[in-house]
Design a protein around this ligand. Structure first.
Ligand code: PLP
Length: 348
């Protein structure tokens, strides 16, 4: 069925046969009553992987991040977030629309970080005119910054700064397992400084649906009420959680392969006249090639020409693309994509 080479995202992966088998066999119960043994087990395993006390299974990363903002902030309070962060760009303004949380954006650096001095300067002093600064959100790996992983050391410093000023610290770790693979450490080490972390089961880990929000027992108990309020109480969700458990057991060790293929893809594309790539990238499973000014084609034309060859890629600007490697992308696919790019540009 899957003849196409689909590099638009790692979300396009379907559940593995082992996942479907586990879903079929899953023991279930009413998760709103906290009686679904499979959901409970997924949450326990996920919390363990993140080094937190508790986890909460949610339908999406977007809901996980929204619940985190709502759990940490009251209406009118402020969250410091990157201007290229997923929460700022791609979550439909939910933290404002549904939580009344005021986003204070700071420029994301090319490596996905926010400058510590920018964060320090953004934290507002006590003043009757000011909203209370309540929350710092960082993203790891950073999607729009080339899939860059944030280091343990940087995350520790950011967490220390946030906590010294009484801020909560949330990590949007949609791809925290990719970050851990890139940094050669455990996700728990990367999550350690944060009060809460969201990660996605449905991306590189290949589960069909779901994310987990992890934090202290007390925070997750409050998060559970907010999930219900948002309509995210899911009843016999063990069917979905079962796939998540298999995802956590099988998938993290193989992510280094996706990263190797991303590096090979980047190397092959960089050798084509008319294509350039940001220096020092890729660091994980995302490749962001751009067309040089002399290329007469637009990114849209290149995207169309590739799709006619059965290759689907993401377009992020007039001249730029995003290609994401994942469990469905083989070495042969990487070679095919490089030669298709070469062919399309040679004809221009
Ligand atoms: C995909 C993604 C999310 C949201 O995940 P959904 O499950 O698609 O809602 C959040 N943050 C980052 C960085 C992402 O890449």
């Amino acid at each position: 069925m899957n003849q196409r080479i689909d590099l638009r995202s790692d979300t396009v992966t379907h559940p593995l046969p082992e996942m479907r088998e586990a879903m079929y066999r899953a023991e279930v119960g009413d998760d709103v009553f906290e009686e679904d043994p499979t959901v409970n087990r997924l949450q326990e395993i996920a919390a363990g992987r993140m080094g937190k006390e508790a986890g909460l299974f949610v339908p999406s990363g977007t809901m996980g991040n929204l619940i985190a903002a709502l759990v940490h902030c009251q209406r009118g309070e402020e969250a410091i977030i990157g201007d290229l962060s997923h929460t700022f760009l791609f979550e439909v303004g939910g933290i404002s629309a549904l939580g009344g949380v005021f986003p204070h954006t700071l420029p994301n650096q090319p490596d996905g970080t926010l400058r510590l001095e920018d964060i320090r300067a953004a934290i507002r002093p006590e003043n009757v005119h000011f909203p209370k600064t309540r929350l710092l959100i960082l993203e790891n790996t950073h999607n729009r910054c080339g899939g860059a992983p944030l280091s343990r050391e940087y995350t520790r410093q950011a967490g220390e700064l946030a906590h010294a000023h009484g801020l909560a610290f949330h990590i949007d770790g949609a791809r925290i397992f990719n970050a851990a693979a890139a940094e050669g450490c455990s996700p728990a080490e990367l999550a350690e400084p944060a009060d809460t972390i969201t990660f996605c089961l449905s991306k590189a880990l290949c589960a069909p649906v779901g994310s987990v929000l992890c934090g202290s027992r007390e925070t997750i108990a409050r998060a559970r009420r907010i999930r219900k309020q948002l309509g995210g109480g899911m009843r016999q969700a063990g069917i979905l959680a079962a796939a998540g458990i298999v995802a956590l057991e099988l998938m993290p060790p193989r992510l280094v392969e996706d990263h190797r293929r991303a590096a090979e893809l980047a190397g092959g594309l960089a050798a084509i006249p008319g294509i350039f790539l940001p220096k020092g990238m890729p660091r994980s499973n995302m490749v962001f090639p751009e067309l040089s000014p002399e290329v007469p084609l637009s990114a849209r034309q290149v995207e169309t020409a590739l799709s006619e060859r059965g290759i689907l890629i993401g377009r992020v600007s007039e001249r730029g693309f995003r290609l994401v490697t994942h469990a469905w992308i083989s070495d042969a696919d990487v070679a095919a994509v490089i030669s298709a790019f070469r062919e399309v540009l040679a004809r221009s």
